[in-house]
Design a protein around this ligand. Sequence first.
Ligand code: HEC
Ligand code: HEC
Length: 326
Amino acid sequence: MHLVFISLILFFSCQSALAEGSGIDVNAVRSEFIQPVPYAPGPDDGKASLGETLFHETRLSSDNKISCASCHELDSGGVDGLVRSIGVGGVEGDINAPTVFNAGLNYSQFWDGRADTLEEQINGPINNPKVMASNWPDVIAQLKSDPGYVGEFNAIYNDGITADNVRNAIATFERSLNVVDSRFDQFLRGDKEAISKDELKGYELFKSYGCVACHQGQNVGGNMFQKFGIMDDYFADRSAVTRVDFGRFNVSGDEIDRHVFKVPSLRLAVLTAPYFHDGSAETLDEAINVMARYQLGRHILDEDVELIIKFLGTLVGNYKGKPLRE
Ligand code: HEC
Ligand code: HEC
């Protein structure tokens, strides 16, 4: 908690130094706060395309109806658009689905960061009774009964179909899901005309209000943990607290981690409503007002919220050469 205050104070003092003189210093911004999404890794011996098939494979779930793509729809921003995801048997899960796009840029996976890698993350949905409700022996048996998969795995992996290889193929595919060349990234790379005056104003507000203290780096998030409710008690105000609201406390058992979450990426925020781990904010407007109150302890003018949303719109880039859309 104190660390957060200190970093915010440090941040604001840097900000004022930056703001003195002739407006924003694009070079400082480029090196300090947000960086372009890197291009996805190159050729991988067919692992990514096998992973793409597996990502859409409903036989990874116990009722053969749910694939990863059921909740992470690649033509809908990598999310399902629900407050909480619906898994096997129509059961509602506990938490909102984040996008899989750019997930490889996050320094850990899940809202509470309980998986260190994309490979490790995959054990979660496979085994979770409210998600795919399966297990590795069943998944392996299903895939081995399909000669197509046997051939494809054997062509790529010495030991054929194994849980490790399924995880490796899917994670390799996920690492290809970088959404690149957004207008903001073009701006960062030096094209000053890539974003409009209003969008630039939105970016300045994003910095001056202090959003960038937490939402920063290549993914404009995904590189630190922070408490949800620093300046005011979000959970007391929302009520009906459940286990998932404890955040990293569930991972560490440490009181200091109660209600601490991985700061989510805002790269695709304009496409991924509803917002927050509890899916409680229907619109970006609402989410930004919640952030202002509970993370920054201040009120944001309506017109500033609009400008920040315009800035967030510049963060969406291309996947497979085409702009991502809702
Ligand atoms: C029933 C819906 C559902 C299915 C099916 C599903 N997911 Fe998810 N996914 C979620 C939810 C909900 C979360 C957030 C869970 C949490 O943080 O506790 C999540 C989190 C993730 C994350 C973490 C992203 C981040 O930024 O933290 C990745 C990566 C991911 N899923 C990939 C997959 C893959 C790969 C599969 C298939 C093996 C899959 N998901 C299947 C709903 C689903
Ligand atoms: C002190 C750190 C911090 C600051 C400052 C901060 N945020 Fe956040 N932000 C978070 C955390 C943590 C979450 C995840 C909360 C949750 O759902 O558990 C979040 C979530 C969000 C989300 C929802 C994303 C999603 O996909 O669900 C949006 C949008 C957002 N922040 C925008 C902003 C804006 C705009 C500002 C500035 C006005 C801001 N944030 C300031 C830490 C911060």
